[in-house]
Structures are given as C-alpha cells and as structure tokens.
Ligand binder design. Sequence first.
Ligand SMILES: [Zn+2]
Length: 213
Amino acid sequence: MRDARKISVASFASLAESLCDICHLFGERQWCLATSGNFSARLDSDHFMITQSGKDKSKLTPEDLMICNMQGRPEDRGLIPSAETALHLCLYHHDPDIGAVFHTHSATATALSRHADSAVAITGYEMQKAFAGIRSHETGLSVPVFDNTQDMAALAKNLEDCLGNSPSPAPGFLIRGHGLYAWGKDVTEAQRHLEAMEFLLSCVWHDRSATRQ
Ligand SMILES: [Zn+2]
C-alpha cells in the first residue's frame, strides 16, 4: 500500500507518466528487449520510484512502477523492485542532485563493453556537449566498465569506489556484457545523457570496426 502521507498522488502520477513515455521510446529503439533494463526517479529525499522486476518496458504502465525508500525497501507491499535496485540506490546516495537513473541493454553498447578494458575513452565528438558541464568536443570523457556479476552488493561497492575516486566522471558506466547506466538531475537530463551515451558508444564501436578494415 502506497503511503500517501509521504508521497503526493500528483507527484507520483506526473513522474510515472514521464518514465513510461521514456520507456516506450527506448523500447522502440530496442534498448531494453525481453523485459531488460530498469528506470528510476527520485520522488523526495527519502523515496524513489523504480520499475518492478520483469516488466516489458515497451508497454510499461504506471502500475508497473513502485516506490522504495532510500534503504531500498519497497513501500508497496508484495511488489518486487528491479534486481539492480542497489545500483540506483548507490547513485542516489552518492549525489543528492541525481534525480533519475536509467539502464539499457542495447546490442552495440553491450558488445563494445566486451572489447574494453576498465574504461571506454570518448573524445572528439560534438555529441559530448550533450553532457551537463561539457562545452567542447575536445573535453575527454572516460566511461568506466565494471565486470558483470550477479552479486549486486559487490557491483554497487565497485561503483561506489569508482565514484569516490573520480571527482567529475561521465554521467554513466558500462557493465561488461550487460549494458549501460546513465543518470541526470531529472528525467529530462537523464534521458539526454543516456541517449548521448548510447550514440557515442555506438560511434566508438563503428570507429573501431572501420579501423580494423
Ligand atoms: Zn541490467
């Protein structure tokens, strides 16, 4: 049962509608096939909404979203949040200005992650200016790559350590053979960052293919 004392119905409905629209768009682009991917948005200092486990993002409805508190516990009794909720939580705890976190499983970013070391370097692309605070294509970006594991606590620890070591990292990271995370101050910025990241990683992949020919 949703606790109406803490979350206003209006704020939930408006954010849920935005998340559903973004999920449908990303679903059309085949970035979250087979119920993969997960999407969340901060509701207030103590709560965020997140996609339930196993929902088809291309057909997501507000009923497929649920509320968790900042300890990761569901406020909606009986509902199961995404298996990767710990990674969303890690980001929300790391930076109170992060308002939304999106995760996709595009074929190109996933394939690229299997041919990268600990990071993918991105430089020289105009699209880099889509990231908050970047004003030139010459500003180098480094997208961290973490090895995949089913141990979400271990993965969250790796992410936390990486964020602590990099004062101004790119607003995203890859999990090897798995997919991409990106975030922003709100759903609009998170969408822009994720789209830019998917585009740039795709460019790196095509650049490497061209170089090999
Ligand atoms: Zn995933």
